[in-house]
Write a protein that binds this ligand. Structure first.
Ligand code: ADP
Ligand code: MG
Length: 322
């Protein structure tokens, strides 16, 4: 749904120049929630603004829903941009307008008639759970409610793609959770494709199907979250699941999909005559699936064989003490 290739963007300031994008390729499948995570200054916002060409990259191409945005200008570009909604960290609401007036704004700009606007705004506010707030002003709303208005407004033009720039970064954890649940429901119900950027690893864990880690204008790693957490040495896996700090030279950490229903630990002790001492473990929800993680001390002459065996079963085994 989104295909950006070779994006390059350099900001030239008076004295120095900043490379905000340094050859980024981004591929977002239709209907997926794709998260880009990275520290402040990594180039995330520049990337997002390049996808709808609010920022024109110096080099590279952007295609959204089969349309080559980088070859469009003026009216054509503005038309294409209408199919891409955008949500901002600080909501960017008009304080002099009511909730309904804010959501109606893009419809007015697009020349939609009054009656049709009214119906559409009503539907959108219901969709985001603000059916009773149409006449309220932004100053009367909580942060979470303001962001719901921002989301409703972004959906006014029936976009296929929603871009979210740190939509939950100004919100407390509970409100963040509620907004993430809303975004996932909108993806499911409307078939939206969502590209979001965040500096919070937890957002990636909670709702993203795919993710990229960005630093200094580059993707360090990208792919499906479930694939990445099963990849030895993956940065994303390491950030989502830090290795236990109580590990010693014998410690291994096994990561496995919860659907893996073989009793692999008792198999190990039987087949390889190793001793197993459990240090910790848990099950977490990642990309809509349960992923188990177990840290154990593994001891015995055939320890290496035992580890190889687990790896052959498709489990991710990491030696924490090394
Ligand atoms: P992030 O969203 O990951 O914090 P940004 O994309 O906002 O990163 O910024 C990437 C780099 O580009 C930063 O060094 C930032 O200072 C610089 N930058 C971003 N926008 C501009 C601009 N309009 N003019 C000059 N420099 C900019
Ligand atoms: Mg930013």
């Amino acid at each position: 749904m989104i295909d950006a290739v070779g994006l390059q963007k350099v900001y030239r300031l008076k004295k120095k120049q900043v490379t905000a994008l340094n050859g980024v390729d981004l591929h977002v499948r239709s209907g997926e929630i794709y998260g880009v995570v990275g520290q402040s200054g990594a180039g995330k916002s520049t990337l997002l603004r390049s996808v709808n060409l609010l920022e024109r990259p110096d080099q590279g191409t952007v295609e959204v829903d089969g349309q080559a945005l980088t070859s469009l200008h003026g009216t054509g570009l503005r038309g294409a941009r209408r199919r891409i909604g955008m949500v901002h960290q600080h909501f960017a609401l008009l304080s002099s307008r009511t909730v309904a007036g804010n959501v109606a704004f893009p419809l007015e700009v697009a020349g939609v008639g009054r009656a049709q606007r009214r119906t559409k705004v009503g539907e959108l506010l219901e969709l985001v759970g603000l059916g009773d707030k149409a006449r309220a002003y932004p100053s009367q709303l909580s942060g979470g409610q303001k962001q719901r208005v921002g989301i409703a407004r972004a959906l006014a033009s029936d976009p296929k793609v929603l871009l979210s720039d740190e939509a939950t970064s100004a919100l407390d954890p509970e409100t963040t959770e509620a907004i993430l649940v809303l975004l996932r429901r909108l993806r499911d119900e409307l078939g939206l494709t969502i590209l979001l950027i965040t500096h919070e690893m937890d957002v990636i864990k909670r709702i993203c199907d795919s993710a990229a880690i960005m630093a200094d204008g580059e993707f360090l790693e990208s792919g499906r979250v479930l694939d990445l957490i099963g990849t030895p040495g993956s940065l994303l896996a390491r950030s989502l699941f830090p290795l236990p700090d109580n590990g010693g030279p014998d410690t291994v950490v096994v990561t496995y999909p919860r659907s893996f229903d073989r009793p692999f630990m008792s198999e190990l002790t039987r087949r390889f005559d190793v001793d197993v001492n459990i240090l910790g473990g848990g099950v977490e929800e990642v990309a809509g699936q349960s992923v188990g993680r177990l840290s154990v001390d593994l001891m015995g002459n055939r320890r290496t064989e035992a580890i190889d065996y687990l790896t052959q079963q498709g489990l991710l085994v990491e030696e924490a003490g090394q």
